[in-house]
Ligand binder design. Structure first.
Ligand code: NAP
Length: 344
């Protein structure tokens, strides 16, 4: 009897301990441990197998208006991931099912998954797709790349397409879709190794290493007729450099602005928005939620392209529950090589 509480399964969680000011750090999270929760009527208990990391999660840590509510202080950090059902009071989920959805940095999660269908919902994972592919190019980053490039960017064969954050999970898929559509594709990424991958594996036409070259002058060389489509993941001075080199009628898919996510003070800018007028260009913010009707077609196309080797991808798989916060930080140093995941 004495050992019963020690051997009963425990649920470790990473809680949001404080709201970061500036760059997020491991000390913004705190480890907690409780018994694994029981489940009530209609609830499901899942054991978290994989955590997926998105730069946008940095914004969920701030107490400000966004497209989702901020994570409460003291609550487990919200995160997408993949869980295996270990107990279920919901006939829609059987023990052993693998389910993708919005989970948290916990070993076990519970929820009324059938009724929580807002946004991305909770969906059973097909057994015939490797997890790396499913959470990588076929996951929400790949889907976002697909609708952002095709529905907002609308690239035409022969046009010049620029993608920032080009070696990342979203950017690499966006850039390769533009290549598949017959465009000349220029990727902007940090470091020689990522640029090499973009040229050799993702088969882009040109790359700009923003850490080791002047983006503005390299863009002029690489895009002498201007940029027809820009898929933006970064913002800041990169966005300003592209705005100054747009073609007439350019389209900008505004997917992310990661260079500013850890700024303690929002910086003013872009300072040259006037270029949208000069070039009669358009810019549109992108959230996958507005394109859910496109998901089946996107999933089918992406799977076909990946399986045919038309889209190369990389997954950066870290290991171990204890490493979750430091894995999240990899997104902001650029340490991640491809889609950042962690296996529990
Ligand atoms: P990711 O690109 O795989 O990883 C993040 C990358 O951002 C890093 O590897 C790093 O690459 C780059 N980065 C980090 N700090 C930077 C800085 N200060 N300046 C320039 N680059 C920086 O991550 P992801 O999940 O695919 O997300 C990429 C972007 O898409 C983010 O802005 C994210 O918010 C956005 N996104 C938006 C949606 C949506 O629905 N709107 C959905 C998914 C993702 P380098 O090594 O090249 O610097």
């Amino acid at each position: 009897m004495a050992g019963q509480s020690e051997t009963a399964p425990r649920n470790r969680q990473w809680l949001l301990a404080r709201r970061p000011v500036g760059m997020v750090s491991e000390s913004d999270f705190e480890l907690a441990e409780q018994p694994v929760p029981g489940i009530g009527p209609g609830e499901v208990l899942g054991r978290v197998r994989y955590v997926s990391f998105e730069p946008a999660m940095r914004g969920w840590m701030d107490d400000r208006e966004s497209y989702v509510a901020p994570v409460e202080l003291g609550a487990p950090m919200r995160a997408p991931g993949l869980a295996e059902v270990v107990a279920s009071n919901d006939p829609a989920y059987a023990v052993g099912d693998l389910v993708f959805g919005m989970l948290s940095w916990s070993e076990y999660v519970t929820g009324h998954w059938s009724s929580e269908v807002a946004g991305r919902g909770y969906r059973q994972v097909p057994g015939d797709v490797p997890v790396e592919m499913l959470l990588g190019p076929l996951g929400s980053t790949g889907m976002t790349a697909y609708v952002g490039m095709l529905d907002i960017g609308r690239p035409q064969p022969g046009q010049t397409v620029v993608v920032s954050g080009a070696a990342g999970a979203t950017g690499s898929v966006a850039a390769q879709i533009a290549r598949i559509k017959g465009c000349r594709v220029v990727g902007i990424a940090g470091g020689a190794e990522k640029c090499r991958w973009l040229l050799d594996e993702a088969r882009l036409d040109e790359v700009i290493d923003y850490k080791n070259s002047d983006v503005r002058s390299r863009l002029r060389e690489a895009c002498p007729d201007g940029v027809d489509v820009y898929f933006e993941n970064v913002g800041g001075t990169t966005l300003e450099a592209v705005l100054d080199n747009l073609a007439i009628g350019a389209r900008i898919a505004l997917c992310g602005l990661i260079s500013g996510y850890n700024d303690a003070q929002a910086s003013p800018g872009p300072r040259n928005l006037f270029q949208l007028i000069v070039r009669r260009a358009s810019i549109r913010g992108l959230l996958l939620w507005d394109f859910l009707d496109r998901v089946p077609e996107a999933g089918a196309d992406l799977r076909r392209w990946v399986e045919a080797g038309e889209i190369a991808y990389r997954v950066d798989m870290q290991e171990g529950f204890e490493n979750i916060p430091r894995t999240f930080l990899r997104l902001f140093s650029g340490a991640n090589e491809g889609k950042q995941l962690l296996r529990l």
